[in-house]
Design a protein around this ligand. Structure first.
Ligand SMILES: [Zn+2]
Length: 291
């Protein structure tokens, strides 16, 4: 009877459950607010809005990053004005840009362009316009040793700035093995940044302490990943879509409504308790982004 009441209460409260998407992009040229309203209508309650290289502001010099972040801030303001969603903003120099910039200007100059982008992102955090640095990191594919080393120097600088602001870094990098988390935790340790503030974007279901090395995993919200993660006996992970908001690439990523739909499925299927959903979609984002 008690179980029945519990389940009934859970189902009744399902509409009130938080549903937080920890990696969401909006593009001025994309569906942006329309997609976000679909997310809210499906039961979404909050997002981490992560900056992207926008076609509107090509990056040619360091100061271009701050110009491109203005687009993210404008989109966040509109999102807050037109929805009831919690919008946490992350800005930072997208790591893949280093490669093209190095080809055009040489690696030393390319590195200093991204460093400037990092400094300006940290200033935005200090000013309260953003709450995290991201997505930053290194290429998710095979690259030269020079690009790899420069990427790690830029990332380390970002971690240093994040330590000073006690804000998270959202990491874009390779994903295949737990060695990635070990190396991210080692970098964080080098600059005394709490590894819990290192958020691994697009993480495989590596969720136990032996797999995360203290890093906070953010999992693509697939049923397989969610089930695998819970089977390891922990709810210390975030969920995300990496909604890319590019109408020319439909189906390239998860739909904007994925996280709220998966949250409903998690509770209805008994995969997660409402308390676990609150932990994943409310407590963890609050711990990370409330400043
Ligand atoms: Zn992304």
């Amino acid at each position: 009877m008690i179980t029945f009441i519990k389940v009934f209460a859970a189902l009744r409260d399902m509409d009130m459950l938080p549903a937080y998407d920890n990696h969401f992009h909006m593009s001025p040229a994309g569906r942006n607010l329309a997609a976000l309203k679909e997310f809210e209508a499906a039961g979404g309650t909050g997002i981490t809005l992560v900056t992207l290289p926008y076609a509107e502001v090509p990056i040619r010099e360091g100061a271009d990053f701050a110009r491109s972040y203005e687009i993210t801030f404008r989109l966040a303001e509109r999102a807050r004005a037109e929805t009831g969603l919690l919008v946490n903003v992350a800005v930072g120099p997208y790591p893949i840009l280093l490669i093209g910039l190095a080809e055009r200007y040489g690696l030393p100059q390319a590195e200093s362009i991204l460093m400037k982008g990092m400094d300006d992102a940290a200033r935005a955090v200090a000013e309260g316009r953003a709450v995290a640095l991201g997505e930053i990191g290194r290429p998710h594919f095979e690259c030269s040793a020079e690009i790899w080393d420069a990427s790690n120097r830029i990332l380390l600088h970002g971690m240093e700035l994040a330590r000073d602001q006690s804000c998270p870094v959202i990491i874009h990098c390779e994903s295949g093995t737990t060695e990635t988390n070990r190396s991210l935790a080692a970098l964080a340790k080098e600059v005394r940044l709490d590894p819990a503030l290192v958020v691994k974007h697009s993480s495989p279901p590596f969720v136990t302490p032996a797999e995360t090395y203290g890093v906070t995993p953010s999992l693509p919200a697939s049923k397989t990943f969610i089930k695998t993660a819970f089977a390891k006996g922990t709810d210390r992970f975030l969920l995300e879509t990496d909604f890319i908001d590019d109408p020319t690439k439909p189906g390239a990523i998860m739909a904007a409504t994925t996280v709220p739909n998966k949250v409903k499925w998690m509770v209805a299927s008994g995969t997660a308790t409402p308390e676990q959903v609150v932990h994943i979609c409310q407590d963890l984002p609050e711990q990370l982004y409330r400043r």
